[in-house]
Design a protein around this ligand. Sequence first.
Ligand code: FAD
Ligand code: NA
Length: 389
Amino acid sequence: TGAPDLLVVGSGFFGLTIAERCATELGLTVQVIDRRPHIGGNAYSEADPETGIEVHRYGAHLFHTSNRRVWEYVNRFTDFTPYQHRVYTTFRGEVFPMPINLGTINQFQRAAYSPDEARAWVTEQAAQITHAPTNLEEKAISLIGRPLYEAFIQGYTAKQWQTDPRELGADIISRLPVRYTYDNRYFSDTYEGLPVDGYTAWIERMADHPNITVTLDTDFFDETQPFNKLACVGTTPVVYTGPVDRYFDGVHGDLSWRTLDFETEVLPTGDFQGTPVMNYADTDVTHTRVHEFRHFHPERDHPADQTVIMREFSRAAEADDEPYYPVNTPQDRERLLAYRELAKGETDVLFGGRLGTYQYLDMHMAIGSALSMFDNLIAPHFTDGVPLT
Ligand code: FAD
Ligand code: NA
């Protein structure tokens, strides 16, 4: 056996894109480890045992991109359905289309505004904040006015952050898009769809190469396990996609994250909510949204009298929670800069992915950034001996 040419820590989209390119393009042997019992990172999905319905274990994952290279790359491993994402929100016992659009405004106002009339109404409401906004609430009102803010932003944001929006920074939002058409398609990217055979089949095909070995239940920081940090760094080149602060033992302090709790339930009905994702804007409902997975794949055969729903709750992550969204406070940004300096000095170790760079990355961004790292750093290292830093 012997040492692999490259060790990849983390089997999410970033790590697997690196592994696949190195094996296919350079003929390298690649060892991938993951501390979880499954491949695929947060994009992992599996069939619910009772109903067979595909459940995204770490929250609904919708694939979309305008990057042609990424689209062509991912199509080597899976076909995509023509799924287009749309979201609705429940507020005070009424359902509205999201993101805020002409349909939302007209339903909210019991009106038949034209695009210009709706724009004039929003502008008039937004003009009520005349000073520079000092918190998220004022910023939101300056963008869309108080009525739409109170209905669609206030409660949802308070639940997402477990904080009154008046205590959140104005810089958390830079824009709140309002569409003055009836278009309620969630994404505006050129390419969108869901993997025909599910995420896990796609991910497994990326790892399906004779030069790639994936070992699960293996933590890079557990020195009793193979391919740990102490044993490998300095002897084997490493691409590390775990949390950057954890790599350096938190010497500059912990980076803060929000996490999500998910409550999955099988219900005895063929259709619970008639749509894949329903947001809940009221604060007396404690979850932020409900996913109903059968609606992501209307082309599949599903049970006529059973459905799987997943309620999502948002909160600050503690030490043992899964890190999902960077909080990105000024202190986090300062710490991140210090970790980046340490990462630069770590020879033969590259940091990538959402945890390794402390950035929210959509799947297409994680894949695109792995393709760039392969082109710019990894291929030059293995073909021309350029140092890996
Ligand atoms: P991850 O998928 O997180 O993979 C990192 C892997 O590293 C994990 O498997 C982890 O177990 C492993 N690891 C960490 N530490 C260690 C260690 N010490 N030893 C061994 N292994 C370790 N993107 C979209 O495009 N559309 C969406 O709709 C979408 N929805 C999302 C919803 C949620 C709730 C979240 C959190 C993300 C969503 N994303 C979505 C983003 C998508 O999940 C990421 O783009 C993708 O996960 C990034 O891949 P990654 O490889 O960087 O990280
Ligand atoms: Na480095």
